[in-house]
Design a protein around this ligand. Structure first.
Ligand code: PLP
Length: 433
């Protein structure tokens, strides 16, 4: 190997990029070209020439490979989409009811109501419960913004509680402090929203026991965990309702926005169907309440019906890959482990490294064509829109620490073992350097 350092000069960036890409061109690297696009005048770059000038520099990997899934589903997927296009039932067509039945069978809930997205799924459940100003809803801060957004949107107040160190989910031991904080702020605590972060089920038994003891409801945000199993039961029946998201990157995702609510409560099922359709009465003659335009498109339902046929197999593949990551990275980074009585869907594979090593690791992996993501560098209690919301007790130490040391690696069911070995090797190499 030999290398040379080139300085990118003001005024000749385009020229430099062309020539540098030409140099890199002998080793055919899109990853290289992507790195060059990021260069700014005044920066410098080390160009490493492979010992064999014809050797390929690895192309950048996808973080999630939806193309591989599409190739697997083949023409059946295209045909399902075209059936909707030709059939013309674009809103609440037959595929929507078919999907709701298939999802109910899959997760074991009596009813499934599909809807526009995972955030509206949460909001619809909160609307059904009459949540509004003066109410407090306890939720984690270490989650995607939608969990708290659905609460705030209705005028209620999210009260942030800390998460457990092992699986980053709402810590049952932190709930008493959250309850006290909500009351001290003059709010009426009505419920909690646990999240199955990164695909790992929250610890539902103690969470439920706490809710029962304090007259709170539990709404499960399974946007990242749908398909996972807690103590032998699929997520879908642990709260008064369980919501999910079909955002494309989710373990079960569609080709746009989509969501669903699972419940065993027949009355709630009817209320949610009305709320997702402008508050329409069942006979569609009257708007009996204020609702939303909150329906799932028929085309998305048709896509999800196809994807559901391979979802179990994909969950198993994710589990195998998580185990391989765990074995390959042991000793190099803190690796995640599913709870012994749970099956995770591994929406993310998130390792922990010393905070001062994280940026360097991300940079080294990017240079090797390996994308990473930080979920979540800024927890919700530190986001502008939520900074005024109460924080349980004296702060959220676990949440704050996680924000500094987590980093997620590529994870999808079509990750080939050789590619995964390349990722493992690059992580180990970067952390050993
Ligand atoms: C934990 C969590 N809750 C809710 C949502 C909201 O889902 P959507 O993007 O479909 O509105 C997401 C989406 O990323 C999520 O990760």
């Amino acid at each position: 190997m030999s290398s040379t350092r080139l300085l990118v000069c003001e005024g000749n960036v385009a020229e430099y990029r062309r020539s540098a890409q030409f140099v890199a061109g002998s080793t055919a690297s899109e990853a290289y070209a992507a790195t060059l696009r990021d260069l700014a005048p005044g920066s410098s770059v080390d160009i490493v020439f492979a010992a064999d000038p014809g050797a390929a520099i690895p192309a950048p990997l996808p973080f999630i490979d939806l193309g591989a899934q599409r190739r697997r589903l083949g023409p059946a997927l295209d045909e399902a989409i075209l059936r909707v296009v030709h059939g013309g039932s674009y809103i609440l067509g037959p595929e929507v009811a078919d999907l709701e039945a298939a999802l109910a069978e899959f997760c074991g809930a009596r009813h499934v109501v599909t809807c526009s997205d995972g955030t509206d799924a949460l909001a619809l459940c909160l609307m059904a419960k009459g949540v509004g100003p003066g109410h407090a809803v306890i939720c984690p801060s270490f989650t995607y913004t939608a969990t708290a957004e659905a609460v705030r949107r209705l005028g209620a107040t999210p009260v942030f509680a800390d998460v457990e160190d092992a699986r980053f989910n709402l810590d049952p031991d932190g709930l008493p402090a959250a309850l006290a904080t909500a009351r001290a702020a003059g709010l009426d605590p009505v419920g909690i929203i646990p999240v199955d972060l990164f695909g790992h089920p929250a610890d539902y038994d103690p969470l439920r026991a706490f809710c029962d003891a304090h007259g709170l409801w539990m709404l499960a945000d399974a946007a990242q965990g749908f398909g996972a199993t807690y103590k032998g039961r699929r997520l879908g029946t642990f709260g008064f309702a369980t919501t999910t998201s079909f955002f494309p990157a989710k373990p079960l995702g569609c080709y746009g926005d989509g969501g669903a609510i699972c419940t065993d409560d027949a009355e709630l099922d009817g209320l949610l169907r009305s709320l997702r359709f402008h508050g329409l009465s069942p006979d569609r003659t009257d708007n009996t309440r204020v609702g939303l335009t909150g329906r799932l498109d028929t085309i998305q339902a048709a896509i999800l019906l196809q994807k559901l046929t391979i979802f179990d197999d994909e969950i198993a593949a994710r589990g195998r890959l998580a185990e391989r990551y765990g074995a390959g990275l042991a000793g190099a980074a803190l690796t995640p482990v599913a709870a012994p009585d749970c099956v995770s869907v591994w929406a993310q594979y998130t390792i922990r490294v010393a905070p001062e090593r994280r940026d360097g690791l991300a940079t080294a992996l990017k240079a090797a064509g390996i994308p990473t993501a930080i979920y979540y560098a800024r927890p919700l209690h530190r986001q502008t829109a939520y900074r005024d919301c109460p924080v349980a007790g004296n702060g959220l130490p676990v949440t704050d620490r996680l924000a500094t040391d987590v980093i997620s690696l590529p994870m999808h069911p079509y990750l080939e073992e050789a590619t995964q070995d390349r990722i493992i090797g690059a992580v180990r190499g970067a952390l050993a350097a």
